[in-house]
Write a protein that binds this ligand. Structure first.
Ligand SMILES: Cc1ncc(COP(=O)(O)O)c(C=O)c1O
Length: 393
Protein backbone atom coordinates (compact mmCIF):
# COMPACT_ATOMS: atom_id res chain seq x y z
CA UNK A 1 0.00 0.00 0.00
CA UNK A 2 2.91 2.38 0.68
CA UNK A 3 3.85 2.57 -3.05
CA UNK A 4 0.23 3.03 -3.99
CA UNK A 5 -0.11 6.00 -1.68
CA UNK A 6 3.10 7.42 -3.13
CA UNK A 7 1.78 7.00 -6.67
CA UNK A 8 -1.51 8.68 -5.79
CA UNK A 9 0.22 11.46 -3.91
CA UNK A 10 2.33 12.25 -6.97
CA UNK A 11 -0.77 12.86 -9.10
CA UNK A 12 -3.15 14.22 -6.48
CA UNK A 13 -2.18 17.32 -4.55
CA UNK A 14 -5.14 17.34 -2.20
CA UNK A 15 -7.06 14.89 0.02
CA UNK A 16 -8.20 11.53 -1.29
CA UNK A 17 -9.96 8.33 -0.32
CA UNK A 18 -8.67 4.87 -1.17
CA UNK A 19 -10.97 1.85 -1.18
CA UNK A 20 -9.16 -1.45 -0.91
CA UNK A 21 -11.18 -4.12 -2.66
CA UNK A 22 -9.06 -7.00 -1.34
CA UNK A 23 -9.92 -5.85 2.16
CA UNK A 24 -13.58 -5.41 1.19
CA UNK A 25 -13.82 -8.96 -0.11
CA UNK A 26 -12.11 -10.31 3.00
CA UNK A 27 -14.62 -8.41 5.05
CA UNK A 28 -17.56 -9.98 3.22
CA UNK A 29 -15.99 -13.44 3.64
CA UNK A 30 -15.55 -12.74 7.35
CA UNK A 31 -19.20 -11.77 7.70
CA UNK A 32 -20.32 -14.88 5.82
CA UNK A 33 -18.11 -17.13 7.94
CA UNK A 34 -19.54 -15.63 11.12
CA UNK A 35 -23.20 -15.65 10.13
CA UNK A 36 -25.47 -18.65 9.59
CA UNK A 37 -25.11 -20.23 6.14
CA UNK A 38 -28.76 -19.63 5.36
CA UNK A 39 -28.39 -15.83 5.55
CA UNK A 40 -27.79 -13.71 2.45
CA UNK A 41 -26.39 -10.21 2.08
CA UNK A 42 -27.99 -7.10 0.66
CA UNK A 43 -25.58 -4.18 0.32
CA UNK A 44 -27.07 -0.76 1.13
CA UNK A 45 -25.65 1.30 -1.74
CA UNK A 46 -25.99 4.55 0.23
CA UNK A 47 -23.03 3.47 2.36
CA UNK A 48 -20.66 3.80 -0.60
CA UNK A 49 -21.85 3.67 -4.20
CA UNK A 50 -18.25 3.60 -5.51
CA UNK A 51 -17.59 0.01 -4.43
CA UNK A 52 -20.88 -1.49 -5.64
CA UNK A 53 -19.60 -2.88 -8.94
CA UNK A 54 -16.68 -4.58 -7.24
CA UNK A 55 -18.98 -6.69 -5.04
CA UNK A 56 -21.58 -7.49 -7.66
CA UNK A 57 -20.89 -11.21 -7.31
CA UNK A 58 -20.19 -11.16 -3.58
CA UNK A 59 -23.64 -10.11 -2.35
CA UNK A 60 -27.09 -11.32 -3.29
CA UNK A 61 -28.75 -7.91 -3.45
CA UNK A 62 -28.33 -4.15 -3.57
CA UNK A 63 -30.64 -1.83 -1.67
CA UNK A 64 -31.31 1.34 -3.67
CA UNK A 65 -33.06 4.32 -2.10
CA UNK A 66 -33.20 7.03 -4.75
CA UNK A 67 -33.34 7.65 -8.49
CA UNK A 68 -29.70 8.73 -8.28
CA UNK A 69 -28.59 5.46 -6.70
CA UNK A 70 -30.58 3.54 -9.31
CA UNK A 71 -28.91 5.50 -12.13
CA UNK A 72 -25.49 4.77 -10.66
CA UNK A 73 -26.22 1.05 -10.35
CA UNK A 74 -27.61 0.94 -13.86
CA UNK A 75 -24.61 2.80 -15.27
CA UNK A 76 -22.12 0.41 -13.66
CA UNK A 77 -24.12 -2.58 -14.87
CA UNK A 78 -25.63 -4.07 -11.70
CA UNK A 79 -28.16 -6.70 -12.74
CA UNK A 80 -31.66 -5.38 -12.00
CA UNK A 81 -32.71 -8.77 -10.59
CA UNK A 82 -30.36 -7.99 -7.68
CA UNK A 83 -31.96 -4.61 -6.95
CA UNK A 84 -34.36 -3.79 -4.14
CA UNK A 85 -35.91 -0.41 -4.80
CA UNK A 86 -36.39 0.94 -1.32
CA UNK A 87 -36.54 4.39 0.25
CA UNK A 88 -39.04 6.47 2.17
CA UNK A 89 -39.93 8.57 -0.87
CA UNK A 90 -40.30 6.81 -4.16
CA UNK A 91 -40.38 9.49 -6.85
CA UNK A 92 -43.45 8.44 -8.90
CA UNK A 93 -41.91 9.16 -12.33
CA UNK A 94 -38.85 7.10 -11.39
CA UNK A 95 -40.97 4.15 -10.21
CA UNK A 96 -43.11 4.37 -13.34
CA UNK A 97 -40.03 4.30 -15.57
CA UNK A 98 -38.85 1.13 -13.83
CA UNK A 99 -42.24 -0.57 -14.07
CA UNK A 100 -42.56 0.44 -17.73
CA UNK A 101 -39.19 -1.14 -18.47
CA UNK A 102 -39.79 -4.85 -19.13
CA UNK A 103 -36.15 -5.64 -18.57
CA UNK A 104 -36.31 -4.38 -14.97
CA UNK A 105 -36.59 -7.39 -12.65
CA UNK A 106 -36.05 -5.82 -9.22
CA UNK A 107 -38.17 -5.85 -6.07
CA UNK A 108 -39.96 -2.82 -4.61
CA UNK A 109 -40.39 -2.14 -0.93
CA UNK A 110 -43.66 -0.52 0.14
CA UNK A 111 -43.27 2.19 2.76
CA UNK A 112 -46.77 3.63 2.88
CA UNK A 113 -50.30 3.15 1.64
CA UNK A 114 -49.64 5.79 -1.02
CA UNK A 115 -46.69 3.76 -2.29
CA UNK A 116 -48.96 0.71 -2.28
CA UNK A 117 -51.53 2.54 -4.40
CA UNK A 118 -48.81 3.75 -6.76
CA UNK A 119 -47.42 0.25 -7.30
CA UNK A 120 -50.93 -1.21 -7.61
CA UNK A 121 -51.91 1.25 -10.30
CA UNK A 122 -48.61 0.91 -12.19
CA UNK A 123 -48.82 -2.89 -12.13
CA UNK A 124 -52.31 -2.61 -13.67
CA UNK A 125 -51.33 0.08 -16.16
CA UNK A 126 -48.39 -1.94 -17.49
CA UNK A 127 -49.96 -5.37 -16.92
CA UNK A 128 -46.96 -6.47 -14.88
CA UNK A 129 -46.64 -8.62 -11.83
CA UNK A 130 -44.37 -6.81 -9.35
CA UNK A 131 -42.47 -8.38 -6.48
CA UNK A 132 -42.93 -6.33 -3.32
CA UNK A 133 -41.76 -6.24 0.27
CA UNK A 134 -44.01 -4.19 2.57
CA UNK A 135 -41.85 -2.47 5.18
CA UNK A 136 -42.90 -2.83 8.78
CA UNK A 137 -42.31 0.27 10.86
CA UNK A 138 -39.95 0.36 13.82
CA UNK A 139 -41.99 3.17 15.32
CA UNK A 140 -40.42 5.89 13.18
CA UNK A 141 -41.33 7.64 9.92
CA UNK A 142 -40.16 4.53 8.03
CA UNK A 143 -42.43 1.70 7.00
CA UNK A 144 -46.03 1.03 7.96
CA UNK A 145 -48.09 -0.17 10.87
CA UNK A 146 -48.80 -3.86 11.23
CA UNK A 147 -52.44 -3.31 10.23
CA UNK A 148 -51.37 -1.74 6.91
CA UNK A 149 -48.99 -4.60 6.15
CA UNK A 150 -51.78 -7.05 7.05
CA UNK A 151 -54.16 -5.28 4.68
CA UNK A 152 -51.61 -5.56 1.84
CA UNK A 153 -51.10 -9.24 2.59
CA UNK A 154 -54.83 -9.92 2.85
CA UNK A 155 -55.47 -8.45 -0.61
CA UNK A 156 -52.56 -10.16 -2.30
CA UNK A 157 -54.63 -12.52 -4.41
CA UNK A 158 -56.72 -9.69 -5.84
CA UNK A 159 -53.94 -7.87 -7.65
CA UNK A 160 -50.60 -8.16 -9.44
CA UNK A 161 -48.43 -7.38 -6.42
CA UNK A 162 -46.54 -10.48 -5.44
CA UNK A 163 -45.82 -10.08 -1.71
CA UNK A 164 -42.50 -11.80 -1.03
CA UNK A 165 -42.33 -11.18 2.71
CA UNK A 166 -41.42 -8.10 4.74
CA UNK A 167 -38.60 -5.63 5.15
CA UNK A 168 -37.55 -4.20 8.50
CA UNK A 169 -34.79 -1.81 9.59
CA UNK A 170 -34.60 -0.29 13.02
CA UNK A 171 -31.48 1.85 13.04
CA UNK A 172 -27.74 1.60 12.88
CA UNK A 173 -24.77 0.96 15.19
CA UNK A 174 -26.78 -1.55 17.24
CA UNK A 175 -24.62 -3.40 19.74
CA UNK A 176 -27.21 -4.89 22.08
CA UNK A 177 -27.95 -8.59 21.60
CA UNK A 178 -31.07 -8.08 23.69
CA UNK A 179 -32.31 -5.61 21.09
CA UNK A 180 -31.67 -8.10 18.27
CA UNK A 181 -33.46 -10.79 20.25
CA UNK A 182 -36.48 -8.56 20.84
CA UNK A 183 -36.63 -7.48 17.20
CA UNK A 184 -36.21 -10.92 15.71
CA UNK A 185 -38.77 -12.45 18.07
CA UNK A 186 -41.18 -9.66 17.20
CA UNK A 187 -40.62 -10.18 13.46
CA UNK A 188 -40.95 -13.94 13.78
CA UNK A 189 -44.17 -13.48 15.77
CA UNK A 190 -45.55 -11.10 13.15
CA UNK A 191 -44.72 -13.50 10.31
CA UNK A 192 -46.39 -16.27 12.37
CA UNK A 193 -49.53 -14.14 12.64
CA UNK A 194 -49.55 -13.54 8.88
CA UNK A 195 -49.33 -17.31 8.45
CA UNK A 196 -52.17 -18.08 10.85
CA UNK A 197 -54.55 -15.26 10.06
CA UNK A 198 -53.93 -14.76 6.35
CA UNK A 199 -52.46 -18.13 5.28
CA UNK A 200 -49.48 -16.14 4.10
CA UNK A 201 -46.17 -17.93 4.15
CA UNK A 202 -43.50 -15.22 3.83
CA UNK A 203 -40.77 -16.30 1.45
CA UNK A 204 -38.32 -13.78 2.80
CA UNK A 205 -37.43 -11.40 5.58
CA UNK A 206 -35.15 -8.55 4.55
CA UNK A 207 -33.72 -7.36 7.83
CA UNK A 208 -31.51 -4.30 8.24
CA UNK A 209 -29.41 -5.38 11.17
CA UNK A 210 -27.53 -2.10 11.63
CA UNK A 211 -24.40 -4.03 12.62
CA UNK A 212 -21.98 -1.61 14.26
CA UNK A 213 -18.51 -0.42 13.28
CA UNK A 214 -15.92 0.68 15.79
CA UNK A 215 -14.88 4.17 14.70
CA UNK A 216 -13.26 5.63 17.80
CA UNK A 217 -10.71 4.62 20.38
CA UNK A 218 -12.65 3.36 23.39
CA UNK A 219 -15.64 2.07 21.40
CA UNK A 220 -16.61 -1.16 23.06
CA UNK A 221 -17.34 -3.67 20.34
CA UNK A 222 -16.67 -7.39 20.57
CA UNK A 223 -17.68 -8.18 17.00
CA UNK A 224 -17.06 -11.96 17.06
CA UNK A 225 -19.26 -12.23 20.18
CA UNK A 226 -21.92 -10.03 18.62
CA UNK A 227 -22.07 -12.06 15.41
CA UNK A 228 -22.07 -15.33 17.36
CA UNK A 229 -24.90 -14.11 19.60
CA UNK A 230 -26.84 -12.80 16.64
CA UNK A 231 -26.43 -16.13 14.80
CA UNK A 232 -27.66 -18.05 17.84
CA UNK A 233 -30.73 -15.85 18.04
CA UNK A 234 -31.45 -16.49 14.36
CA UNK A 235 -30.84 -20.24 14.78
CA UNK A 236 -33.33 -20.29 17.64
CA UNK A 237 -36.18 -18.80 15.60
CA UNK A 238 -38.83 -21.26 14.56
CA UNK A 239 -39.95 -21.28 10.97
CA UNK A 240 -37.42 -19.16 9.09
CA UNK A 241 -38.08 -17.75 5.64
CA UNK A 242 -35.16 -16.76 3.39
CA UNK A 243 -33.24 -14.23 5.48
CA UNK A 244 -31.51 -11.35 3.73
CA UNK A 245 -29.41 -9.06 5.90
CA UNK A 246 -29.31 -5.48 4.69
CA UNK A 247 -25.91 -4.04 5.57
CA UNK A 248 -24.08 -0.86 4.69
CA UNK A 249 -21.34 0.31 7.01
CA UNK A 250 -20.54 -3.14 8.33
CA UNK A 251 -19.60 -4.21 4.80
CA UNK A 252 -18.00 -1.01 3.53
CA UNK A 253 -16.38 0.94 6.37
CA UNK A 254 -13.19 -1.04 6.85
CA UNK A 255 -12.11 -1.04 3.19
CA UNK A 256 -11.74 2.74 3.05
CA UNK A 257 -9.08 5.12 4.22
CA UNK A 258 -9.08 8.88 3.97
CA UNK A 259 -5.80 10.72 3.38
CA UNK A 260 -5.31 14.41 4.01
CA UNK A 261 -2.16 16.53 3.91
CA UNK A 262 -0.86 18.65 6.72
CA UNK A 263 -0.66 22.12 5.17
CA UNK A 264 0.17 24.30 8.14
CA UNK A 265 1.36 24.01 11.72
CA UNK A 266 1.04 26.58 14.47
CA UNK A 267 0.93 27.15 18.20
CA UNK A 268 -1.82 29.44 19.50
CA UNK A 269 -1.94 30.28 23.21
CA UNK A 270 0.09 27.18 23.98
CA UNK A 271 -2.06 24.83 21.84
CA UNK A 272 -0.49 22.95 18.92
CA UNK A 273 -2.57 22.96 15.76
CA UNK A 274 -2.05 20.97 12.57
CA UNK A 275 -4.11 22.27 9.65
CA UNK A 276 -5.07 19.96 6.81
CA UNK A 277 -6.28 20.42 3.26
CA UNK A 278 -9.32 18.28 4.15
CA UNK A 279 -11.70 18.54 7.06
CA UNK A 280 -15.12 17.68 8.35
CA UNK A 281 -16.60 18.04 4.86
CA UNK A 282 -14.57 14.94 3.88
CA UNK A 283 -14.48 12.80 6.97
CA UNK A 284 -17.40 12.28 9.27
CA UNK A 285 -18.23 9.07 11.09
CA UNK A 286 -21.82 8.32 11.86
CA UNK A 287 -22.78 11.99 11.95
CA UNK A 288 -20.53 12.61 14.98
CA UNK A 289 -18.63 15.79 15.61
CA UNK A 290 -15.17 14.39 15.15
CA UNK A 291 -13.66 16.38 17.98
CA UNK A 292 -15.80 14.63 20.59
CA UNK A 293 -13.96 11.32 20.17
CA UNK A 294 -10.68 9.98 18.93
CA UNK A 295 -10.74 8.33 15.48
CA UNK A 296 -8.11 5.82 14.35
CA UNK A 297 -5.60 8.12 12.68
CA UNK A 298 -1.91 7.82 11.88
CA UNK A 299 0.79 9.57 9.84
CA UNK A 300 1.84 7.85 6.62
CA UNK A 301 5.38 6.50 6.93
CA UNK A 302 5.91 7.65 10.51
CA UNK A 303 5.31 5.50 13.57
CA UNK A 304 6.94 6.85 16.65
CA UNK A 305 4.72 9.28 18.49
CA UNK A 306 6.04 12.26 20.37
CA UNK A 307 4.25 11.88 23.66
CA UNK A 308 4.69 15.40 25.02
CA UNK A 309 2.81 17.25 22.25
CA UNK A 310 -0.98 17.16 22.08
CA UNK A 311 -2.18 18.10 18.61
CA UNK A 312 -5.51 19.44 17.54
CA UNK A 313 -6.01 18.61 13.88
CA UNK A 314 -8.25 21.03 11.98
CA UNK A 315 -9.65 21.16 8.48
CA UNK A 316 -9.82 23.94 5.95
CA UNK A 317 -13.40 25.13 6.39
CA UNK A 318 -12.94 28.40 8.33
CA UNK A 319 -15.34 27.05 10.92
CA UNK A 320 -14.34 26.58 14.53
CA UNK A 321 -16.23 23.27 14.35
CA UNK A 322 -13.82 21.97 11.75
CA UNK A 323 -11.74 19.98 14.19
CA UNK A 324 -11.16 16.45 12.98
CA UNK A 325 -9.07 15.19 15.89
CA UNK A 326 -8.60 16.79 19.28
CA UNK A 327 -5.68 16.33 21.63
CA UNK A 328 -3.85 13.50 19.98
CA UNK A 329 -0.19 12.58 20.15
CA UNK A 330 1.41 12.16 16.74
CA UNK A 331 4.88 11.47 15.35
CA UNK A 332 7.16 14.40 14.62
CA UNK A 333 4.93 15.97 11.95
CA UNK A 334 5.77 18.59 9.36
CA UNK A 335 3.97 20.36 6.55
CA UNK A 336 3.52 17.91 3.67
CA UNK A 337 2.97 14.85 5.86
CA UNK A 338 -0.15 12.83 5.18
CA UNK A 339 -2.66 11.81 7.82
CA UNK A 340 -4.50 8.53 7.30
CA UNK A 341 -7.95 7.95 8.80
CA UNK A 342 -9.18 4.35 9.08
CA UNK A 343 -12.69 3.02 8.53
CA UNK A 344 -13.57 5.67 5.98
CA UNK A 345 -15.27 3.34 3.51
CA UNK A 346 -18.88 4.05 4.45
CA UNK A 347 -20.79 7.33 4.49
CA UNK A 348 -17.66 9.48 5.20
CA UNK A 349 -17.60 10.86 1.68
CA UNK A 350 -21.31 11.63 1.60
CA UNK A 351 -22.24 12.84 5.07
CA UNK A 352 -20.00 15.91 5.28
CA UNK A 353 -21.14 19.47 4.65
CA UNK A 354 -19.65 19.44 1.20
CA UNK A 355 -20.64 22.85 -0.08
CA UNK A 356 -19.46 25.23 2.63
CA UNK A 357 -16.61 27.42 1.27
CA UNK A 358 -16.88 25.87 -2.20
CA UNK A 359 -13.82 23.72 -1.62
CA UNK A 360 -13.13 20.66 -3.74
CA UNK A 361 -14.27 17.19 -2.75
CA UNK A 362 -11.52 14.59 -2.55
CA UNK A 363 -10.42 12.35 -5.36
CA UNK A 364 -11.45 8.70 -5.02
CA UNK A 365 -9.20 5.76 -5.79
CA UNK A 366 -9.80 2.06 -5.75
CA UNK A 367 -7.17 -0.63 -5.51
CA UNK A 368 -7.98 -4.22 -6.41
CA UNK A 369 -6.58 -7.27 -4.65
CA UNK A 370 -4.10 -7.77 -7.53
CA UNK A 371 -2.69 -4.27 -7.02
CA UNK A 372 -4.47 -2.62 -9.99
CA UNK A 373 -5.15 1.02 -9.15
CA UNK A 374 -8.06 3.04 -10.54
CA UNK A 375 -9.10 6.62 -10.09
CA UNK A 376 -12.90 6.71 -9.77
CA UNK A 377 -13.25 10.45 -9.34
CA UNK A 378 -10.94 13.42 -9.80
CA UNK A 379 -11.06 16.12 -7.09
CA UNK A 380 -14.58 17.49 -7.58
CA UNK A 381 -15.12 21.23 -7.86
CA UNK A 382 -18.07 22.21 -5.67
CA UNK A 383 -17.65 25.86 -6.70
CA UNK A 384 -19.73 24.93 -9.75
CA UNK A 385 -22.67 24.25 -7.44
CA UNK A 386 -22.29 27.56 -5.62
CA UNK A 387 -21.76 29.63 -8.77
CA UNK A 388 -24.72 31.89 -9.67
CA UNK A 389 -25.98 31.49 -13.20
CA UNK A 390 -28.32 34.30 -14.15
CA UNK A 391 -31.17 33.09 -16.28
CA UNK A 392 -34.01 35.53 -16.82
CA UNK A 393 -37.38 33.89 -16.22
C1 LIG B 1 -33.41 0.59 5.12
C2 LIG B 1 -31.95 0.61 5.42
N1 LIG B 1 -31.25 -0.54 5.30
C3 LIG B 1 -29.92 -0.60 5.56
C4 LIG B 1 -29.23 0.52 5.97
C5 LIG B 1 -27.77 0.41 6.23
O1 LIG B 1 -27.44 0.69 7.53
P1 LIG B 1 -25.96 0.44 8.01
O2 LIG B 1 -25.06 1.19 7.11
O3 LIG B 1 -25.90 0.88 9.40
O4 LIG B 1 -25.71 -1.06 7.88
C6 LIG B 1 -29.92 1.74 6.12
C7 LIG B 1 -29.21 2.94 6.58
O5 LIG B 1 -29.72 4.01 6.72
C8 LIG B 1 -31.31 1.77 5.83
O6 LIG B 1 -32.02 2.90 5.94
Amino acid sequence: MADIIETINRECESSFYVFDIGELKNRISYLRENLPPYTELCYAVKANPFISKEIENDVERFEICSPGEAEICKAIGIDSSKMVISGIYKTPSFIEALVADDSFKGIFTIESLNQYELLLSLSEKYGRELEVLPRLTNDSQFGMDESDVEMIVSRRSTNRLNVMGIQYFSGTQKTSLKKYQRELEYLSGFLGRLREEYSFEARELEYGTGFPVSYFAGDKLDEPALLKGFSEILDGLPHKPRIILELGRSIAASCGKYYTHIVDIKKNKGHSYALTDGGMHHIVYYGQYMAMKQPFVSVVGKDETVENVQWTVCGSLCSMNDIIVKQITLPDIKVGDILRFENAGAYCMTEGISLLLSRDLPAIYLVRGNGELFRLRKPFETKLLNMPEYEKV
